[in-house]
Design a protein around this ligand. Structure first.
Ligand SMILES: Nc1ncnc2c1ncn2[C@@H]1O[C@H](COP(=O)(O)OP(=O)(O)OP(=O)(O)O)[C@@H](O)[C@H]1O
Ligand SMILES: [Mg+2]
Length: 181
């Protein structure tokens, strides 16, 4: 595989909070390479983490979540939660909650799900996450984009967070992917 992170991790001090915005992009050529990114990330995920996934219909958000579940040895097969809104899975690292906000019409409707009771003690992965970004400032944001004019399997993944929680880990993930993809 010859995919590589595109450039270095950018770390930018933000405002007076002293937090850091960290961001890097990676170009993948296949679903297998997306799965590789997901499995490297999975090793860093811990209780209370929230990952917000965005990208067009069919870009690979559910596929990414499935690969995280597999990497965490989830005993269940992860399927698209669009009709159920939220699915709970047991993994080697505790509870994984997979949410798809696509069919929710408002942030209020999301809050009505009552997931805040469970998310602090779970790993949360939320498709169409930008709809609820205001409630998850500490999240890791992952944008999945097809490459205009690119092959079917090509995607650009952008991993970004405003929270210091992800500052060092994003750098480690980028380094690992540089080595392993
Ligand atoms: N590099 C890639 N990464 C992820 N998926 C890929 C890639 N290349 C091709 N695919 C294909 O793209 C499709 C992604 O479907 P998936 O359901 O994961 O998308 P989604 O973003 O969750 O869609 P939706 O917006 O409907 O929830 C799958 O059929 C998968 O095989
Ligand atoms: Mg999906």
């Amino acid at each position: 595989m010859d995919a590589k992170p595109v450039g270095d991790v950018l770390r930018t001090p933000t405002s007076a909070t002293g937090t850091f915005m960290a961001c890097f992009r990676i170009h993948v050529r296949s679903e297998t390479e997306t799965a590789r990114v997901a499995s490297v990330l999975a090793a860093y995920l811990r209780e209370g983490d929230v990952v917000l996934l965005d990208g067009a219909l069919g870009s690979g958000k559910t596929s990414f979540v499935k690969s995280v579940g597999q990497a965490l040895n989830s005993s269940d097969v992860i399927t698209s939660p669009t009709f159920g809104i939220a699915h709970f899975y047991d993994t080697a690292r505790g509870r994984l909650i997979h949410v798809d906000t696509y069919r929710l019409s408002s942030l209020a409707e999301f809050r009505d799900l009552g997931l805040e009771e469970y998310l602090p003690t779970s790993i949360g992965l939320i498709e169409w996450g930008s709809a609820v970004r205001n409630d998850f400032r500490h999240a890791l944001n992952i944008q999945i984009d097809a490459i205009p004019g690119g092959d079917d399997g090509e995607r650009e993944l952008t991993l970004q967070s405003d929270d210091i929680r992800w500052s060092d880990d994003l750098e480690s993930i980028a380094l690992e992917l540089g080595r392993k993809l």
